[in-house]
Design a protein around this ligand. Structure first.
Ligand code: KG4
Ligand code: ZN
Length: 348
């Protein structure tokens, strides 16, 4: 089955063609990074306008790279949640129009679950497993029962870890997106220079919190001009503390669940220090799976891949009924409400 994947939830316009859930025929990603750089985050209105301009050229390129025609597509999969409303609407509307015009089935995919599918896609599958999504909008642990069943266990009570990287990067005057900028600078810094404290959420040992760490960095800077050395040390100390929190809580959850596999997804999973820390701290029997190269950040391959399994199990959506859903607050979780930051690369 040949699936056309569509992803426009935030600031990447992405289209892919994937066969049978894992064979990648094309993966085209147009990033709006340059457009949003001067705002230090995603400007939602500009993002949706830019998706509109980019969509057709990206679709054409994805078909061309896959060497297939639209009429040979069997299923259209689209990310319909969560994300920026205006951005999601472009992809969802395009997918509905294609489905209707081509008379092909349509399936809706949750962007966050798709991030986990990225690391499952071409890997050995051991269920039940633990899933960790670390992106700009989410820091969430899941129990994974099979390819399509992701049960949330815990999440961040305030900032997502990628959001913390982006905000600290702004404090240090580093270019957007903050994660890669901080990782690069941290390589030359001393992570022990600033003894930042890890946060612990009293009510839930598996919940994450990063806004306190961001405030510690702010206090360490105290509105003065920083030397290059100080910036490097701050980047390294912040990164080390944030990533150690992620690793500690995730491995604790893996123990609690008796998981033998951990699948990691989302933009922060591209960080090489994180991979080293997990490798150092994990027990030997725990296998950790990372997204294939290029599939950590937002892409449409993960949408097409997960869409294939969802369609096989549950069938498709009605192209006249499908809607975009900007928030996906995980209501079943027992702690603080109000964490529903979706695309925190926003301007505030
Ligand atoms: O998954 P993603 O592309 O988009 C969302 O769904 O949010 O993740 C983007 C986030 C941004 O916050 C970015 O700063 C972070 O992932 N990121 C990184 C790295 N690469 C991207 N954070 C730390 N280290 C990296 N190498
Ligand atoms: Zn994402």
């Amino acid at each position: 089955m040949r699936v056309l994947g569509i992803e426009t939830s935030c600031d990447e316009t992405a289209v892919s063609v994937v066969e049978n859930g894992s064979m990648i025929l094309s993966n085209v990603i147009y990033s709006q990074e340059a457009l949003h750089q001067k705002f230090g985050g995603v400007f939602p209105e500009l993002a949706s306008r830019n998706h509109l301009e980019a969509f057709l050229p990206v679709l054409e390129k994805a078909l061309e790279e896959a060497n297939v025609s639209l009429s040979s597509i069997d299923l259209i999969a689209v990310a319909n949640k969560p994300g920026l409303m205006g951005s999601l609407l472009i992809g969802v509307t395009a997918a509905k129009a294609l489905s209707f015009a081509l008379k092909k089935p349509l399936v809706a995919v949750n962007h966050i679950e798709a991030h986990l599918y990225a690391s499952l896609m071409q890997a050995e599958r051991t269920f039940p497993a633990l899933g960790l999504v670390i992106s700009g909008g989410h820091t969430t642990l899941y129990q994974i029962l099979d390819e399509i069943t992701y049960i949330p266990i815990s999440q961040t009570v305030d900032d997502a870890v990628g959001e913390a990287f982006d905000k600290v990067a702004r404090l240090l005057d580093l270019p957007y997106p903050g994660g890669p900028s901080i990782e690069k600078l941290a390589k030359e810094g001393n992570e022990a220079k600033y003894p930042f404290k890890e946060s612990h959420v009293k009510e839930n040992p598996f919940a994450f919190s990063f806004s306190g760490l961001k405030t510690q960095v702010l206090y360490a800077i105290r509105e003065r001009e920083l030397s290059e050395e100080e910036k490097k040390d701050l980047a390294a100390s912040f990164q080390e503390t944030a990533l150690r929190t992620v690793v500690r809580i995730t491995l604790q959850a893996a123990e609690e669940l008796g998981a033998s596999a951990l699948y990691v997804g989302g933009g922060v999973s591209a960080n090489s220090r994180l991979r080293t820390l997990f490798a150092e701290k994990k027990r030997e029997s725990l296998k950790i799976f990372w997204p294939p190269r290029g599939l950590s950040v937002d892409n449409a391959v993960m949408i097409a891949g997960l869409g294939y399994h969802l369609y096989k199990k549950n069938g498709g959506a009605d192209p006249l009924e499908l809607t975009a859903e900007p928030t996906s607050r995980i209501k079943s979780l027992s702690f603080r409400e109000g964490f529903d930051r979706i695309c925190v690369k926003t301007v505030n």
